[in-house]
Design a protein around this ligand. Structure first.
Ligand code: SAM
Length: 236
């Protein structure tokens, strides 16, 4: 599946710009940053860091951050935007980091992209110190279970969000603004049980609403939210 990301890298860079897309700016950044502010984290790994935007945000908060992503063009862009940063081509399933070396691991909308979820969760657990934090933003599982972005029109013109085959894990292709990538649909239980099996305990769970915006997109988001935020702790 790496070819999808290699082929979509430039479109992704264009969509992200320097400030991120609508969902990141209006929904996810604030609750994700709230989980890292004033917590004393010193060393972080951002798994599936893309073009490095959240790494730069962590770095601006004094956290030494390693960004890891298999898409070489995104790592190159991250290095270009942050020449002093530590960005490495690699996969979440095999992190090139010593055991127990991190206080914080972040997966910001990347677990849905990672083919081997148990391997990636085991790696996050391995590189965190006992008591370390795994902060996750992910697509809602009912969102990855929807055909064609979910929204349909009823004969009377009203919109409905539709999902199907929720319990069946599968690869789903999604395309928007020149990006065409494969996501991995898994029921929410696959993530939660996978994290428990890997040795994590749940500390925080949120389904954040859009902030500071009240347009059609925000209205659709409130009807069928795209994202969730979870914080897990590595058992000591
Ligand atoms: C939706 S993007 C999110 C990027 C970034 N975290 C952000 O929020 O902008 C998903 C990222 O996961 C990366 N990815 C794909 N397969 C991966 C894997 N096996 N391990 C780690 N990252 C992967 C892609 O290259 C892409 O950069």
């Amino acid at each position: 599946m790496q070819k999808d990301w290699d082929d979509s890298a430039q479109a992704w860079i264009d969509v992200m710009g320097t400030d991120g897309d609508w969902g990141r700016r209006h929904v996810l950044d604030a609750p994700m940053l709230a989980r890292v502010e004033a917590r004393g984290f010193r060393r972080a790994v951002n798994i599936g860091c893309g073009e490095g935007r959240f790494c730069r945000m962590l770095k601006a908060r004094g956290i030494t951050t390693v960004g890891i992503d298999p898409t070489a063009a995104l790592i190159e862009r991250a290095r270009c935007l942050d020449p002093d940063g530590d960005y490495r081509v690699g996969r979440g399933e095999a992190l090139d980091l010593p055991p127990g070396s991190m206080d914080l691991a972040v997966a910001y909308l990347s677990l849905i992209d990672i083919p081997d979820l148990p391997a990636a969760l085991a790696e996050a657990h391995r590189v965190l110190r006992p008591g370390g934090t795994f902060l996750i933003a992910n697509l809602q599982a009912f969102n990855t279970a929807c055909p064609d972005q979910g929204w349909t029109r009823e004969p009377d013109g009203s919109r409905r969000f539709c999902i199907d085959h929720y319990l069946t894990p599968r690869t789903v292709w999604v395309a928007w603004r020149g990006i065409r990538i494969a996501n991995h649909h898994r029921p929410l239980a696959a993530y939660l049980q996978g994290l428990l099996d890997a040795g994590f305990e749940l500390r925080h769970f949120a389904e954040p609403a859009p902030q500071g915006v009240d347009d059609d997109k925000a209205d659709r988001y409130r009807r069928a939210p795209n994202f969730l935020v979870m914080e897990w702790q590595r058992r000591g």
